[in-house]
Design a protein around this ligand. Structure first.
Ligand code: SAM
Length: 351
């Protein structure tokens, strides 16, 4: 018997999005979509990373429902309002230009055009040249082309034989960076790439690091996170059995304990910020960090990366969160940041 009348996939109550996660984590992003929206119809665009998902809710509702659920692995979404077979690529691009031009609200606005492509896409050059091609052709649109702080984002995705596009407000995409790939400039003499993780946490979680006074950095070497905290004006106690960057050790605001985190003692409530990027077995890390939680004052913030070692990250994350909750930590956000590889970042507050 037909169940058509009960189908959630009704006209006006259906939307499509290109959804992106860190490489290898798209299946978990898909599971998050399923938990949020119930049914999801998805097609892989880039294996392990990018999905085309059909969702049984109107487009305007998607971002707010996701913001409430706050997914860990789903990094970025972009609506698909335009889809064209690109067997005749010139015609597909002409139609795309017409679709964009028809959006009169773009005229006089700040607009970011974000282009991405798959490896075997019909557009053979790189994504930057696709963006250039489109913006050159759209000269008469009368908008101001910007990269950040746009009023609208025009998202274009060139796949093997298909061209997809959508127009949205930045907050509807979960991240206003192209594909959620947040980029920082590497600084001269930067101690480690790990520093990008804390910079990204600062932006993504909206944490004002200057509001803290004294931080404990566990698993601190070679010192990327420590250097970031010192730059934000904090006093830092860094713990690691490995060597710290020699230049950092000159800082009068740094105390370095060249020790295992299991062998250090502090005063109760000595710190108002605790960070840990230990890259270690998550179970042992969460126990070790929990044992040091007495040193974080109540109301203090903890930022911890959790290495995802085995094939069941969702169960592992739950176990680690349970351990932290027993140490009076309340989870604010649990997120796989763009700069996290096989890990996620937890942002917690002690109560
Ligand atoms: C990924 S690195 C940290 C990078 C650092 N956040 C940065 O920005 O440069 C992990 C560090 O954790 C340290 N580590 C591992 N187990 C530890 C333990 N039990 N106690 C203290 N440090 C530990 C390692 O020695 C290593 O230096």
């Amino acid at each position: 018997m037909s169940t058509q009348s009960q189908s959630p996939w009704e006209e006006g109550n259906f939307s499509r999005f290109i959804c992106t996660a860190n490489h290898g984590f798209a299946p978990y992003a898909q599971e998050e979509l399923r938990r949020t929206f119930g049914a999801v119809k998805s097609t892989v665009l880039v294996p392990g990373e990018v999905l085309l998902a059909g969702l049984p809710v109107a487009e305007e509702q998607v971002a707010s429902m996701l913001q409430t659920e706050d997914p860990t692995f789903l990094r970025h979404i972009q609506p698909v309002q335009f889809q064209e077979n690109a067997a005749d690529s010139e015609q597909a691009l002409e139609r795309l230009l017409a679709f964009i031009t028809n959006h009169q609200e773009l005229g006089g606005s700040r607009v970011a055009l974000q282009a991405r492509k798959t490896e075997g896409a019909f557009w053979h050059e790189n994504a930057a040249s696709l963006k250039q091609y489109l913006t050159d052709k759209l000269e008469d649109l009368g908008c101001e082309w910007v990269v950040r702080e746009a009023d609208y984002i025009v998202s274009v995705f060139a796949a093997e034989e298909t061209l997809y596009a959508g127009i949205s407000k930045p907050e509807q995409n979960l991240s206003d960076w192209n594909g959620g790939a947040i980029r920082f400039q590497k600084e001269e003499g930067q101690i480690s790439r790990a520093k990008f993780k804390l910079l990204e946490a600062e932006q993504t979680f909206g944490i004002d690091f200057r509001s803290f006074r004294k931080a404990l950095d566990i698993g601190a070497a070679p010192g990327g996170w420590t250097s970031f905290l010192l730059e934000r004006g904090l006093e830092v106690t860094a713990v690691d059995p490995a060597k710290m960057d020699a230049g950092l050790l000159q800082s009068p605001k740094l105390t370095f304990l060249r020790k295992n985190a299991g062998d250090v003692k502090f005063k109760e409530g000595e710190f108002d910020l605790l960070v840990c990027d230990m890259s270690w077995s998550p179970k042992l890390m969460s126990r070790l960090v929990s044992d040091l939680m007495y040193s974080l004052q109540s109301g203090g913030t903890a930022i911890v990366t959790v290495k995802l070692l085995h094939k069941k990250p969702l169960a592992l994350i739950k176990e680690v969160i349970d351990t932290f909750e027993r140490s009076r930590l309340q989870i604010q956000r649990s997120k796989q940041l763009f700069h996290n590889r096989e890990e996620i970042t937890l942002y917690m507050i002690k109560y």
